[in-house]
Design a protein around this ligand. Structure first.
Ligand SMILES: [Zn+2]
Length: 67
């Protein structure tokens, strides 16, 4: 479960563990002030580039290599 970091104008920064399917927090649970979600280091989601693709140079399926 990822930890999101929020910034409250009254309470400062705090972290909240949320399900990824939950809506992002819009108000501080402590003082009900509108909070801003920080996209930061604690979000453990890394988007990798298209560095992994299947190198299908081996044409085993199409080529009939029957012995
Ligand atoms: Zn607050």
């Amino acid at each position: 479960m990822p930890i999101y970091e929020y910034k409250c104008p009254n309470c400062g920064r705090f972290e909240l563990k949320q399900n990824i399917k939950d809506d992002s927090l819009s108000h501080c649970p402590t003082c009900s002030a509108p909070v801003q979600r920080l996209i930061g280091k604690n979000v453990g989601i890394i988007f990798k580039g298209p560095g992994f693709y299947v190198n299908d140079s081996r044409s085993d399926s199409s080529d009939s290599s029957a012995s």
